[in-house]
Write a protein that binds this ligand. Structure first.
Ligand code: ATP
Ligand code: MG
Length: 566
């Protein structure tokens, strides 16, 4: 295949090149990166890409990586999210060891540095309200206006800042601002807010604080405390970089990190905004944060996507400087690659049609040896019971087959996989004219699936012994949104949710070995696709999710030369 596989070791990108040069030229000794989630939601596939990039670079260049929660906004943050984020990153395959940090651990140090800024004339307490500050900020074309409190003497700001911390003022009464340049063409340098008053309990620091640093004040300084060398983030932070650098230059921080930006990952048929994901959950469009149609890592895991496939996708997607939208089929392609290699093959019939082999002994059971994975001989084989009465897939039979239908039809011979050739002799219908049973005969000389005379039927079907089949519910999943660009053209995004993105099939019948397949293991139902047990599954009430169909449409899209769309 011409498709570049992720295992090719020569991969590089502009960020890896920078890291390699910094090491080569001795600007750094060891590369140290971090992933800084805000614990206000679950991680999604975009975050996975950021993790694979930052953590992957540290691994490849023999450095270390930190997980740091950016928990500076106590109003939206919750312990539930912290736990889920940690579990998801571990599942993705990364272990930060002892390097787990919280921006809130640095609150005291950050406060001291804020005091340093005030003393140096680089920050002041402003009494303007949030609205007034916004009005003073100016626009892209007009400079901002200075606050009347900008030249307040440092001792006065120090006193007020201490009283802000002591809880003397209500929320929003005052803020601490950096004193940079209200005329800067970069709005982020127009005296940005460094601290705000917020009388709110914090998941970790409780009631200890009622002033909280802004993202801009916390982020770079946290990087510096931890000795981060390459602080990798998405493009929306590019305009913040001059502020990031200004703070590092004007504070007695222990190291000098640098920020690098790459383009956010976007996928067709997918929305990654946490605000939208939260609404999908809260308004009942999906079964929860971990619904198999959600782009969250917990959703993809429940859907049966292996972590390796997601890591491979991150490599395949690469690192871009400019925003673009990748085809979701690219992700599916990477996942299929892994599953095709690793997933055990099993028999399952989703829409059963009874087959009776008239010339097969009534009480006989033969254990047919079936390979677990033709792609991987080391996966061995299993024994699948074969009997006189079987289930096959209803759409593997047609009473009046059109020209290109090669599967079972009256008078026609097909192969039952790893069993016998059978020929359809008679079609049994109910009163409504619906086919309810096929009467067949078999050729005993074809046991195992090959004929001594070398004849080869055009079709091979999967099957399940009726006496041994285990009933199951199967949930078929498709893209959650029916439009490749949900909400495009000013449409309400929620109108693009596809109500048929989940189809629940009941009365499916699966081979006995599937009864105790553990949650988290994805198998291939032969000829149908990849499936995994859902966590709703229980003994006697099995539930499987369809991970993916077998059809890889990405290769086709590639061939059409449209692997990315704008
Ligand atoms: P919010 O809009 O709520 O801030 P967020 O997705 O940026 O959402 P964070 O928890 O701040 O949430 O994200 C952590 C890190 O993941 C950030 O550094 C961010 O740059 C990165 N990230 C977020 N979304 C994507 C994406 N779609 N592709 C790549 N990286 C992403
Ligand atoms: Mg963010």
């Amino acid at each position: 295949m011409s498709i570049q596989t992720p295992s090719s070791p020569e991969r590089t990108d502009f960020i890896r090149e920078i890291v390699a040069a910094d090491l080569r030229e001795g600007r750094i000794e060891t590369v140290v990166t971090r992933f800084p989630p805000e614990p206000n939601g679950y991680l999604h596939i975009g975050h996975a890409q950021a993790i694979c990039l930052s953590f992957g670079i540290a691994q490849e260049f023999g450095g270390r990586y930190h997980l740091r929660f950016d928990d500076t906004n106590p109003v939206k943050e919750e312990q539930e999210y912290i736990d889920a984020i940690e579990a998801d990153i571990r599942w993705l395959g990364f272990d930060w060891g002892e390097h787990l940090y919280f921006a809130s651990d640095y609150f005291e140090q950050l406060y001291e540095w804020a005091v340093d800024l005030i003393k140096a004339g680089n920050a002041y307490v402003d009494d303007l309200s949030a609205d007034e500050i916004r009005e003073h900020r100016g626009t892209f074309t007009e400079p901002g206006r200075e606050s009347p409190w900008r030249d307040r003497p440092a001792p006065e700001s120090l006193d007020l800042f201490a009283r802000m911390r002591a809880g003397e003022f209500p929320d929003g009464a005052r803020v601490l601002r950096a004193r940079i340049d209200m005329a800067s063409p970069n709005i982020n340098l127009r005296d940005p807010v460094l601290y705000r008053i917020l009388h709110a309990e914090h998941p970790r620091t409780g009631a200890a604080w009622c002033v909280y640093p802004t993202y801009d004040f916390a982020h770079g300084q946290s990087d510096a405390i931890e000795g981060i060398t390459h602080s990798i983030c998405t493009l929306e932070f590019m305009d913040h970089r001059p502020l990031y650098d200004w703070l590092i230059e004007n504070l007695p921080v222990p190291s000098r990190p640098h920020q690098y930006e790459f383009a956010r990952l976007n996928l067709t048929y997918t929305v990654m905004s946490k605000r939208v994901l939260l609404r999908l959950v809260n308004e009942g469009y999906v079964r929860g944060w971990d619904d198999p149609r959600m782009p969250t890592l917990s959703g993809l895991r429940r859907r049966g996507f292996p972590a390796e496939g997601i890591r491979d996708f991150a490599t395949l997607a690469g690192v871009a400087r400019a925003a673009k939208v990748l085809e979701v089929e690219m992700l599916e392609h990477a996942v299929r690659n892994v599953l095709n290699r690793n997933a055990l093959r099993r028999f399952a019939v989703l829409d059963p049609l009874k087959v009776v082999i008239e010339d097969y002994p009534e009480r006989q059971v033969e254990e047919m040896e079936v390979p677990n994975n033709p792609e991987d001989p080391s996966a061995g084989s299993r024994r699948v019971p074969f009997t006189r009465e079987l289930w096959i897939e209803r759409d593997d039979f047609m009473e009046e087959p059109p020209r290109k239908f090669f599967r079972l039809a009256p008078g026609r011979e097909v192969r039952l996989r790893a069993a016998y050739f059978v020929t359809c002799r008679e079609v049994v219908k109910d009163d409504a004219g619906r086919v309810v049973e096929l009467r067949c005969t078999h050729d005993p000389a074809t046991r195992g699936g090959d004929a001594p005379d070398g004849r080869r039927p055009k079709a091979t079907l999967h099957w399940v012994s009726a006496a041994h089949a285990v009933p199951a519910e199967v949930r078929l999943y498709d893209h959650l949104f029916k439009d490749p660009h949900p909400g495009a053209g000013g449409r309400d995004l929620f109108e693009d949710v596809d109500p048929d993105s989940e189809t629940v099939l009941r009365g499916c019948l699966v081979e006995p070995s599937l009864a105790d397949l553990p949650v988290g293991e994805t198998v291939q139902f032969e000829r149908l696709g990849y499936f995994c047990p859902d966590h709703d599954s229980a003994p006697g009430a099995l539930v499987f999710n369809r991970t993916l169909t077998l059809r890889d449409t990405w290769a086709k899209l590639q061939a059409q030369g449209r692997q990315d769309t704008a």
